[in-house]
Design a binder for this molecule. Structure first.
Ligand SMILES: Cc1ncc(COP(=O)(O)O)c(C=O)c1O
Length: 398
């Protein structure tokens, strides 16, 4: 008789993936669904990166690699941090994993366990809480508000720290809000972190997708003491439209990266050799493709925010990064839409999908009731038509 372990039973299926399943069902029925639920670029991986992968295969680079990744890629990652942020890391302080999510998992597995507490500002990316729970540690949520740009203040962080607190998880640019912390805001958090000797996991996966005056900051660079306390996470998934290749990385103190390497070596061995060579090409070749995609996302952001703010009882703040708009639908609570009573963000999204055929993700999936997330990883034409649909759906409000 097989029973399910306590750990596995506590893991929730990803809410964003669940929303995708219902949308797929409607699409299979021949319904034209405008899908704004996706957490990945809609672009294909640039040609020269695919060519590098094909080359690697033909050259016989099809074997296991070092469990922590090929040294050429770890070197390239270290060089990228030096070049972009002035952060000095040796290739031994870098581990390449099967996507940033895997790096996050290994970072948590290597540093926390039962009895430990991990601080997570909300709203947060759906996977953080489950990844923490899988280690046996507990998480404590630190709620933020739209008034603060969905950002945690230094005072909030300080107040949340308990004797059990081991780590805080930062994510800027942020999924789901698109918020980008300023350097000053991060410096204030850095001082609290140093004071409390708190570890940091800084998820910077959207670092290349920032708009207007916003700048991505590498948290570990902000104070001399931070590299010893920070695990920086990133990868090629979002910047290079390479979600399916499954390449992410972590960098941090040598003993932590070593422990993560041990976990990974028993868990999955190395990430795909072919994907690693593709990622190497992505990092080392001309970066024009990144800028082209970034510019397109910025144009879509402007379009989405303009269209959303023209809708009745909707206000959307301007996201400074990533490819998500996060806005309140609270003014529809207690009313009906498409004949359905709207009680919360999940009910709003279910009605929007099933009646309006527009797929959004409820804020409750990100620990923030009252809001919904719209991904603008969709063409401008899709955005225009989908927002026409959403506008029409909202006219059904009673
Ligand atoms: C904040 C955040 N971190 C990490 C990831 C995971 O990235 P990867 O596909 O490289 O595992 C995502 C993907 O949606 C994300 O939004």
């Amino acid at each position: 008789m097989l029973t399910i372990s306590k750990m596995a039973a506590a893991v929730q299926p990803s809410a964003t993936l669940a929303a995708g399943a219902k949308a797929r069902q409607l699409k299979a029925e021949g319904i034209n669904v405008y899908d704004f639920s996706l957490g990945e670029p809609d672009f294909n991986t640039p040609e020269h990166i695919c060519d590098a992968a094909a080359r690697a295969m033909r050259e016989g680079k099809t074997h296991y690699t070092a469990a922590s990744g090929i040294v050429e890629l770890r070197n390239a990652i270290a060089r990228m941090y030096r070049r972009t942020y002035g952060l000095e890391v040796s290739p031994d302080q870098v581990i390449v994993s099967n996507g940033a999510k895997h790096s996050l998992h290994n970072a948590l597995a290597a540093t926390v366990g039962p009895g430990d507490e991990v601080l997570i500002p909300t709203p947060y990316w759906v996977s953080y809480s489950d990844l923490v729970q899988m280690t046996g540690a507990r998480y404590k949520l630190i709620p933020t508000t739209e008034a603060s740009g969905f950002k945690m203040s230094a005072a909030q962080l300080r107040a949340a720290i308990s004797p059990q607190s081991r780590l805080v998880m930062l994510n800027s640019p942020n999924n789901p809000t698109g918020s980008v912390y300023t350097r000053q805001e991060l410096e204030a958090l850095a001082d609290v972190v140093l004071d409390a000797q708190l570890g940091v996991i800084s998820d910077e996966i959207y670092e290349r997708l920032v708009f207007g005056d916003a700048k991505a900051t590498c948290f570990a660079t902000l104070r001399p003491g931070l590299p010893a306390q920070t695990i920086t996470i990133s990868g090629v998934s979002k910047s290079y439209a390479m979600t399916g290749w499954r390449i992410g990385w972590a960098l941090g103190p040598l003993h932590v990266i070593k422990a993560m390497g041990n976990v990974q070596s028993q868990e999955t061995s190395s990430p795909s050799s072919i994907s690693q060579y593709a990622a190497l090409e992505a990092l080392e070749s001309d970066q024009t493709c990144v800028e082209e995609m970034r510019r397109e996302f910025e144009a879509r952001r402007d379009l989405v925010v303009k269209r959303l703010n023209a809708l009745p009882d909707i206000h959307c703040r301007l996201p400074e990064g990533a490819f998500y708009a996060f806005f309140s639908v609270e003014r529809y609570f207690g009313r009906t839409l498409g004949g359905r009573k709207i009680t919360d963000s999940a009910a709003f999204c279910a009605a929007a999908l099933e009646v309006g055929h527009v797929n959004l993700v409820p804020g409750s999936a990100f620990g923030m009731e009252g809001y919904v997330r719209l991904s603008f990883a969709a063409s401008r034409e899709q955005i225009e038509r989908g927002l026409d649909r959403l506008a029409e759906f909202l006219t059904s409000a009673t």
